[in-house]
Design a protein. Structure first.
Length: 265
C-alpha cells in the first residue's frame, strides 16, 4: 500500500530536482497516481532529514541511472532501510570522461572550442536520441519491474534531468500520458531551486564568468528540443510509440495494462 505524500513540495537540503509526477493526464482521461512515481537528482548528499522524508515515501525501488564515473564523483546514494537500489547505467563509464573533465577544468578558450557554435546543444540532442535508441534493455527492465512490484519508485541520475528525464518520459509514454504534459514536467527541471550545481575547478571570477556560464548552459538546461529529439528518435526508429513499447522494449499488452493499473488512478 502506497503512502500518502504531502500536497506541498518538500524542501530537501541535499537532494535537488525532487518531485512526484503524480497528476499528469493521460490521453484517455486518467491521471498518474500520486505517491507512486518520483524523480530527482542523486541521493549521495541527502541529509538525515532528507533521508527521513525519502524513507516516509514507502519506496520499493530506487532506479539509479548513473554510471561508475558519476558515482565516484558524487558518491553512492544514501541507504534507505528496506528499499532496493537498482543501478542501471544509461551511459558508459568512459563516455565523455575527457569532455566532463574539460567542462570542470577547461579555461574559457578551451570551452569555446568544445561547446561554442551550437556544439553543446548538439551533443545533448545526440545523447537523448542515443539513450532512447540504444538503451532499450535498461528501459525494458524498468517498465517490467514497475509492472510487477517495484512501486513506489524513484528514478534519478546525477542532475535528475537527462537520463532520469528520458526514463520518466518513456514510463509516461507507456502509461499513455499526453506528450505535452510529459514535456511540461521535464521542463520543470529548469526551476532555479532544482538545477544542478555546476562545479568548476580553480578560483576567481573567471571559472564562473558570464561567458563560461553561457557556454555551459546548454549542458545544464532542460530544453524542449532535447526531449523532442528523443520522441523523434522513437518515431523514426520504430514508427510509433506502441511499436517501440512492444518491439523495442518487449512490453506485451497485458504487461502494459498491469503497469497502467499500478500507476494510474
Amino acid at each position: 500500500m502506497t503512502q500518502q505524500v504531502p500536497s506541498t513540495e518538500p524542501e530537501l537540503a541535499g537532494v535537488r530536482n525532487f518531485r512526484d509526477v503524480g497528476g499528469l493526464p493521460t490521453v484517455d482521461g486518467r491521471r498518474v497516481r500520486h505517491g507512486v512515481l518520483f524523480r530527482s537528482g542523486h541521493l549521495a548528499h541527502a541529509t538525515e532529514q532528507d533521508a527521513e522524508f525519502l524513507a516516509s515515501l514507502g519506496l520499493h525501488t530506487i532506479f539509479d541511472f548513473r554510471n561508475a564515473a558519476d558515482q565516484k564523483l558524487e558518491g553512492p546514494d544514501v541507504e534507505l532501510p528496506g528499499v532496493r537500489n537498482l543501478n542501471l547505467p544509461l551511459t558508459d563509464p568512459a563516455h565523455g570522461a575527457e569532455f566532463w573533465t574539460m567542462v570542470r577544468e577547461g579555461d574559457t578558450e578551451q570551452l569555446r572550442g568544445l561547446l561554442g557554435d551550437g556544439k553543446a546543444a548538439h551533443r545533448m540532442v545526440t545523447s537523448y536520441r542515443t539513450i532512447v535508441r540504444d538503451r532499450t534493455e535498461e528501459h525494458s527492465r524498468v517498465l517490467h519491474d514497475l509492472a510487477e512490484d517495484s512501486v513506489p519508485a524513484l528514478m534519478h541520475c546525477a542532475a535528475g534531468k537527462d537520463r532520469a528525464g528520458v526514463s520518466i518520459a518513456v514510463t509516461l509514454l507507456a502509461l499513455g500520458v499526453e506528450r505535452d504534459a510529459i514535456l511540461a514536467d521535464y521542463l520543470e527541471s529548469n526551476a532555479k531551486h532544482r538545477r544542478y550545481q555546476v562545479r568548476r575547478s580553480g578560483g576567481g571570477d573567471s571559472a564562473y564568468s558570464p561567458e563560461v556560464m553561457e557556454l555551459l548552459s546548454p549542458l545544464f538546461d532542460a530544453r524542449a528540443e532535447y526531449l523532442t529529439a528523443a520522441f523523434e528518435s522513437i518515431d523514426e526508429t520504430w514508427g510509433d510509440v506502441d511499436t517501440y513499447l512492444e518491439q523495442g522494449l518487449e512490453l506485451a499488452p497485458p504487461t502494459r495494462e498491469r503497469l497502467r493499473a499500478r500507476l494510474l488512478d
